[in-house]
Each structure stands twice: as structure tokens, then as C-alpha cells.
Design a protein around this ligand. Sequence first.
Ligand code: GLC
Ligand code: CA
Length: 559
Amino acid sequence: MQEQWWKKSVVYQIYPRSFCDSNGDGIGDLNGIESKLWYLKELGIDVIWLSPVYQSPNDDMGYDISDYQAVMSEFGTMEAFDRMLEKAHSLGIKIMMDLVVNHTSDEHPWFVESRRSKDNPYRDFYIWRDGKSGGAPNNWGACFGGSAWEYDEKTEQYYLHLFSKKQPDLNWENDSVRKKVFEMMRWWCDKGIDGFRMDVISLISKVPGFPDGPVGKSGYGDFGPYCANGPRVHEFLQEMNREVLSRYDLITVGECSGVTVEEAQKYASSSGHELNMVFQFEHMDLDGGETFKWNMKKIKLSQLKAVMSKWQTQLYGKAWNSLYWCNHDQPRMLSRMGNDSPEYREVSAKMLGTCLHMLQGTPYIFQGEELGMTNYPFASLDEFRDIESIHAYQEFTEKGIISPDEMFQYICYKGRDNARTPMQWDDSGQAGFTTGTPWIGVNPNYKEINAKEQMGRPDSVFCYYQKLIALRRQYDIIVYGDYELLLPESEEIYAYIRTYGEEKLLTVCNFTDREVVFESPDDLKGRNGRILISNYNREDNQDTITLAAYECMAVYYGN
Ligand code: GLC
Ligand code: CA
């Protein structure tokens, strides 16, 4: 397997709005990030993935960009960005930018021009169609509610928006669009940034003809079959690779909703003509259902293992994996598959970390995950800021598909705002995030869960993550070893073995709050395994172990 720096890296995602506010306006900013780089250095991560910091009207919190080459004024200035980048580099930390080019904001000058007239030179930068039988061109629903088509009176046509109506989709079929996007990317690369996380990049190529999709509970058709991994997506990414990516030394990850293992082998092939890796969604979608993600379903461990194992084994040697439990679009994994009660919060956070970080691929940590931050205790609708939760609540309750009480529970449990509450730095007011009024509520548990307290306590979740990250540097087997799942049917234990030449690494995780017995596989019995990390300070490895609640360990069998 070819050695590459991004294979050995650990990435940390910053959601800038909620990371650190330097000027008391309640909104995180670039100076705030710069002031906390020492913290990330201390944690030991290699790369920061910065969620969008570009100019944006914030309909979707920065994922609706009105100028790709300017910084959102709330976040600071381009000078502040440059200083932050330079400081990060001086600490040996790389910066991966979010690239949102499936769509722009409707306030982007390209779209402002495009909607002016049918013969405007920018008309074709977006996807305009005539209506059909007095309605939209097809039945597709948008991710944030309603139809995926918005009627524009001026020119009497509809434009496509897979997300909100303030996020019109770019027309990638148009050569000029691709040229402009690639130019913009080179501009950032020339500035010295180190990579791109590509927002919903699997959706950029749509099936021509825009066929109706299968109708779901919401009453709209699913655009997925005609947009995800569309007909020209690999061609477009290969062109992007030739025109931009291959000219620099970058880390690239594509956010690929709807991606299968077979497709990922193309996007992230080791031959390197497209991207380094993709974010797949199969494990995150396991608790989805008829009403999309809105329910209280619990993920079955055996299913989680089956999905993770499929990706581990089928990409091995062919493509590269990314590993994540959390990001700004997901509720906190600790509240989803761990246990966020005071009794088990720390052990289960460490267990989830171990389970993920001993796998094959590049791990991503979402801000606060390294502290065991939890979901937020929402008490009313007006505490939500996210367009997705707010629209879903309206749509599902108004149509009578889900009752208001139930739907409120669902958005509390699954809403994206759970990830977006401010980073908990210390036990001072507003968790040390701001001296002003935060744009979204601070989780009241910040007095117990905060960085300051944990950095000074050797058995904290923070110190445990430091160790997980350090182990990846020390042991090549974690980076390059292959993977074999043990006990596939168990609903209690997730155990797997990595193998690299003569070396073996056994990871065992108890996903329950009960004691569970684990027996080593025969070929490891009697061998002198060394425990590399354990969330109960276990030191002696044994062939048969009674695991405590949420206990985990990684055991190394060297030569
Ligand atoms: C991606 C982003 C998400 C955003 C959406 C539309 O899924 O991660 O936050 O809402 O794309 O840009
Ligand atoms: Ca600020």
C-alpha cells in the first residue's frame, strides 16, 4: 500500500460559528479559531476541516455561498483568515476547506445574473426548466422541504434546488461553470490551503430529462436515483483532478450521500484520479426509515458492524476509508449509540472513540467529541436554529404525517443543532465560548463537561483521545493493517482484528451497560498481548475477560 500523509492523519472538524467567539457578538470567528490552535496542537490532530467561512446569507449556515473568494463578515476578514492559516502551518496543522459547489446562494452574483433573463450569459450556470401541466417540471422534493423547483415570475421558468430555495443548483453540464469552479479552487490552493472537503459532491451530475422519483411519505418524489452518483460525476471529478487537485499536495474527501462501496471504489480509487476518500452514509442511515431520519429508532449493533465491516474489507487495498461518528449534520454519537448519563458518559465516549480510531481509514473528530459532548436538552421549538429541523417540523406536522409532540421529540433526538451548540471550553459563563449572547444555546452541562477541566485530568475523555491519536502515529498496523470482524451476530460486543505482516491488533468494545464475557479467538489465546489502551485502566490481558459496562481495549500482539 502506498504511503501518503493523509492516510496517517487525524482530521478535526471545526464548525466556525460555534467554536470560539473573539469579539463578544455571540458568533464564533476566525480570530477565535486562531486563539485555540494551541488546544488542537495539544490534542495532536494533523488537519482541520473548516466548515464554510465564505460570504453567505446563512440560510443554511454558510452552506449557501454568495462569494467563494471572500470571508463571511461575521467571521472576520481575509487577513484574519491568512493569519489563522499561517499560525496553523507554523504549528504543523493543515487546513482543509469546505467546498460547496453543488449549489451557490441565490444571492451569488452568478445567480442574480442568471435569473435576470433567459438570454443572460449566466442563465445556463443554473438549471432552468419550463413547468409541466401547470406545476413544477417534476415531482422531486427538496432536502429542506417543499418542491425542489422554485418558480421565478420574471422569466416564467423554474430553477432546481435540491436543498433550500436559497441554494440553487449549479449546472455542471456547462463548461464555463466547471472552469470557474476550478479557477476558484486554484486560487485557494495558491493561497496555501491543504485540501477540500467537498459538500454533497455525489449530486453534481443529474440524469438528463429529470425523471420523476419514487414518491415517499412527504408526497414528493425522491431525487436520489437521478442525482446521486449521476452519469457524469466521475468524468467531472477526473477533470477537477487534472485541472486542480493533481497540481497540489492536497487531502480531499467527498461527501457522498447515496454512495455504495462500488461507487466509492471509483471516487476514492488508489489509482488516484479523483478523490482521496469519501464520506459514506450507510452507517448513519441505519436508523432512518419511512419518514427519513425523523424517528427514535436505535441502531442495532449487528447492523452497524455489518456496514462498517463491508466498508473495511471491500475498500481495503482498492480505495481509502474515512471514519466518522459525528459531524455538524449528525446528533452526538454519544447520545445515539453511547450513554450520556453522568455514570457512563466518559467510559462510553472513550469506547466509541476506540471503536472508530482503531479501524482502517482516516479518522475525523467533530469539535467536542473529544470531550464527550452530548445532545442538547431542547425544551421548545424556538431553541432550534437549523433550517432542516424547522422545515421538517412544519412539513410533517402540517400534513398530519407525524403529530407535533412526536415530531418535537424526533428533532430533539436527531436534529443537527445538537452538534452545533457552542464548544465547551471552561466552566465560566457561556462555557467560555463568548462573553456575549451565543447565537444558539450552550449546553447546560458545560460545568461538568469542558476542555479546561479535562485537560488537567489524566483519565479524561480528552486525554484518552490524545492517546488514541498518538497510537496511530506509533503503530503502522492501525494505518495499514487489514480487518477481520469477530462475533458478527453479537448485539453487545464489537470486536475486530487488524493484521499487518506478523503483527495483530485486537479491539474489543462492549456497547452495553452490562457485564459481558469476551473470549479471545483461538489463535490469540496464550499469546502475550499488550494492552495499548483501555478505558478501565486494565493492564493484564487474559484469554477470557468479563468486560465492564462500555469497557473497551485494544490489544497488540507484536513479534
Ligand atoms: C451537506 C452539508 C450540510 C448542508 C448540505 C447542503 O450535507 O454537510 O450541512 O446543509 O450539504 O449544502
Ligand atoms: Ca464573533
